[in-house]
Each structure stands twice: as structure tokens, then as C-alpha cells.
Design a protein around this ligand. Structure first.
Ligand code: GUN
Ligand code: ZN
Length: 434
């Protein structure tokens, strides 16, 4: 097949460093009238349009719009799409009343296919090109998501949820069967197209030690896979873990003793972690997904960015929507809530920090920054186009912006899926707002 070489032109915004640690001006690149040359799905060159545009190349010009790397949602549940906005409960009651019943309906293949397709389309509409996703306990639920992600050529991390206690019988899978099903999914899907497999014990309370041991063994056998779970989201949950696992130092220690922490392991929430746990997350390069809309919606607590430091180091933090505890698929809306929550703990989250967290920071948290997360030759051309004039109010506000930082701030506080004008996946147009 002849190679395809195209150019995408507009105002480029991307990160080359971590603004939580270094000055934002050293980390964020803003290239007015820049251009990205894409060849065979990869970024081939990035720079000023007048220097890079060559005769004969097909150019798509997004005039006066911002081109960024696609957003990366580091924690979400596609099987909870239909139970977003379920009323009135904190975590454990919410799981029992809404989540577990909803997940039982994924015993039906047609339902899996339908919701997986809707979910992938919604991600693209919101500018999310990669995600780390929980499926249900049914093996086919993971297969369905991988099929839909493959159809759209998305970079997707996902796994079958593992549970063998403290949930309805219909959702429990004994560890032997869970091992065989997860192993088959790994063989069939890990590294196929742009899919990656995540071994997915739901969280310690729904896992026997036997199940966690199986998950740790599976990871050792398939060590290029990912691991995802939940940690320290809710005070009652942390107490429950203490009573179920009394011989462990703390919640993280449970996962650690079963070999489930380290690079490519990603735990959602981490609101109520101790200093010891935070230091250990840093040492082991284990990631936390910050899910602010969910943390507010379920009344789980205030995530404190400044607590995530151990000495000079910072825990790798990604941004998660945590659908359906979360209330929006929009990473822009999620960043707005992250900003407000952060102020409640007296830590101002800058626009540079927020957009870094949602792109390169999330890619680093998931250890996929060799593939996606910024605009750099060799990376996959997952791109989004943000329109600072998407709505009449944004138009008014954007006209006042004196800097790229202020413009990004307006977009993250006022923007949603309407601000995402185009989404490109591996260089191909995957969504255009009409
Ligand atoms: N902890 C264990 N399972 C879940 C879940 O589905 N959603 C959230 N928010 N927390 C969890
Ligand atoms: Zn979750």
C-alpha cells in the first residue's frame, strides 16, 4: 500500500516536561500556525507550518483552533455508561444498588456490543483517544470493547473485572476460571491492533487473597500487561479493607504483597492514602488516577495534589472520568472539577498542570508515553482540535485571553464536548462536530 502523508495545520499545544515539577514555560510548547506531518498513522514532523508544508501534500487547516494530543482517560467503566447520575448514595451502597445490577446485564453479548460501541463513539466525541477501562466480570464484555476499539483503531487498555466475594453471585468468578478467561483475553487481544490488556481485580474488598494471588501470578507471566484497580476512595471502604486484611500495613500493602504494584499498575482515587503509601507509590512508579467528578458525586473526599509529593518526587497521576461514578465523559469538565477540588485544599492547579495531567502526564502514568501523549515525531497521531469559539460565551471569554495559559484555562472551565471540533485517531479523522 502506498504510504499516506498528510498535514494538519493549526495552533499547536503540547508538553515536553512536567509543569508540576518544572516551570510551565519550560514544559509547554505553543506553536502559532504550526503543522503536524502525519505518515502511516504516526507523527512524522512537528513545527511551524511555513517551514514544514511541502508542495503537493494534502493539508487540513484548523485556522485559529488549538491542536493538542488526544486526551487520555486513565480510569473509567464502560459498563456503567447507563447508570451515570444515579441518585443519593456513597460508594458501597452505590455499588450494591446501581452498579452491580447494571453490570449483570453484560451477560448478554448484544448488550456488550451495543454499549461498547456507544462508549467508544462517546470517547471520540469528547476528544478522548485512549482510555483505561473496566469491563464487567463477563469475559465477552472485554472482547466486545476490544472489537469496537479496533474498529475505530483506538489505543485502548481494558480488562475483565475479577471478583470472587462480596458482590452478587452472578458477578463472581472463581479464581481458576478467572485465570483461564483473562489468559485467553491476553492471548487474543494484548498487543493486537492498538489494544493492551489490563489485569483488573475490582478492588481488595471483592477479592479473596486467592484471587489477588492469581492476579499477581498472571501479571508475572504476562509482564507487559497492565494492572488496574481501586484504592482508598472512601473512608468506609478503607476501614473495610483493614478488617478484611488485618495483617497488612495498609491498603496499598495488600496490593503490594500480591505483586500488583509497579510500572503499568494504575489505581483509581487514592484520596485517603497515608504518607507511607504515597512514598511507596513514588518508589515503585505506581500510578494514581484522579477522578474528581466521581469523588464529588459519591461524596468520597477531596484529592490533594500537594499530598502526592514524597520529597522531590511526585506520584504519577492520570486523569480519570470514572464513569458511571463520574458525571461527565468530558476531560475538559473533569479538569474544571480538578481545579475546584484542588483549591479546596489550597493548591492552585494551573491550566498547564491540568492539560499536562490529561495528556502527557496520563500517558506517563499508564506507561504508554512511548506511543501517545504529546506531539513528537514517532508517536501515534492521536490529535484533537479545540475551538476557543465553540459557544457564544466561550467566544466572549476567549477574546479576553491574554496568553495561551489563560485561553486553556477558559477552555477547561467552560468547555465540554462542544469545544472538541475534531478528533483524529492515528492520523485519521474519527469525529467532526457538526
Ligand atoms: N470501587 C470498586 N468498584 C468501583 C466502581 O465501580 N466505581 C468506583 N467509583 N469505585 C469502585
Ligand atoms: Zn472506578
Amino acid at each position: 500500500m502506498p504510504s499516506t502523508r498528510t498535514a494538519i495545520r493549526g495552533d499547536l499545544v503540547y508538553f515536553t516536561g512536567n509543569p508540576f515539577i518544572s516551570p510551565a514555560t519550560d514544559c509547554l510548547t505553543y506553536e502559532r500556525d504550526g503543522c503536524i506531518i502525519v505518515e502511516d498513522g504516526l507523527i512524522q514532523a512537528v513545527g511551524p507550518a511555513n517551514a514544514l508544508l511541502e508542495d503537493g501534500i494534502t493539508v487540513t487547516h484548523h485556522r485559529d483552533k488549538l491542536i493538542l494530543p488526544g486526551f487520555i482517560d486513565t480510569h473509567t467503566h464502560y459498563v456503567q455508561l447507563e447508570i451515570m447520575a444515579s441518585f443519593g448514595k456513597q460508594l458501597i451502597d452505590w455499588l450494591n444498588q446501581y452498579t452491580f445490577p447494571a453490570e449483570q446485564s453484560f451477560d448478554n453479548a448484544a448488550h456488550c456490543d451495543q454499549i461498547a460501541a456507544a462508549f467508544c463513539d462517546q470517547l471520540l466525541r469528547h476528544g478522548t483517544t485512549s482510555a483505561s477501562v473496566f469491563c464487567s466480570s463477563h469475559a465477552y464484555s472485554a472482547e466486545a470493547l476490544f472489537k469496537q476499539a479496533s474498529k475505530r483503531n483506538m489505543r485502548m487498555i481494558a480488562g475483565q473485572v475479577l471478583m470472587d466475594r462480596n458482590a452478587p453471585d452472578a458477578l463472581l468468578v472463581p479464581s481458576g476460571q478467572a485465570h483461564d478467561e483473562s489468559q485467553k483475553l491476553i492471548q487474543d487481544w494484548h498487543g493486537k491492533n492498538r489494544n493492551l490488556y489490563a489485569i483488573t481485580p475490582r478492588f481488595a474488598p471483592t477479592s479473596t487473597p486467592d484471587l489477588l494471588e492469581m492476579a499477581g501470578d498472571l501479571w508475572r507471566e504476562h509482564n507487559t500487561c497492565h494492572v488496574q484497580s481501586h484504592i482508598s476512595e472512601n473512608v468506609a471502604e478503607v476501614e473495610w479493607v483493614r478488617s478484611l486484611f488485618p495483617d497488612y500495613l495498609d491498603y496499598l500493602d495488600v496490593y503490594e504483597k500480591f505483586g500488583l504494584i509497579g510500572q503499568r499498575a494504575n489505581f483509581a482515587h487514592g484520596i485517603h492514602l497515608t504518607g507511607r503509601e504515597i512514598a511507596r507509590l513514588c518508589e515503585t512508579e505506581t500510578a494514581i488516577s484522579h477522578c474528581p467528578t466521581s469523588n464529588l458525586f459519591l461524596g468520597s473526599g477531596i484529592f490533594d495534589f500537594s499530598k502526592m509529593m514524597a520529597g522531590e518526587e511526585m506520584v504519577r497521576i492520570g486523569i480519570g472520568t470514572d464513569i458511571g461514578g463520574g458525571t461527565s465523559l468530558s476531560i475538559l469538565e473533569t479538569l474544571a472539577e480538578a481545579y475546584k477540588v484542588s483549591l479546596l485544599s489550597n493548591r492552585v492547579l494551573s491550566a498547564a498542570e491540568a492539560f499536562y495531567a490529561a495528556t502527557l502526564g496520563s500517558a506517563q502514568a499508564l506507561s504508554i508515553d512511548d506511543k501517545v501523549g504529546t506531539l513528537q515525531p514517532g508517536l501515534e497521531a492521536d490529535l484533537i482540535v479545540l475551538d476557543p469559539k465553540a459557544t457564544p460565551l466561550l467566544t466572549m471569554r476567549s477574546a479576553q485571553a491574554q496568553s495561551i495559559h489563560d485561553l486553556l484555562f477558559a477552555l477547561m472551565i467552560m468547555g465540554d464536548d462542544r469545544a472538541v471540533s475534531h478528533t483524529y485517531v492515528a492520523g485519521d479523522l474519527a469525529h467532526a462536530r457538526t
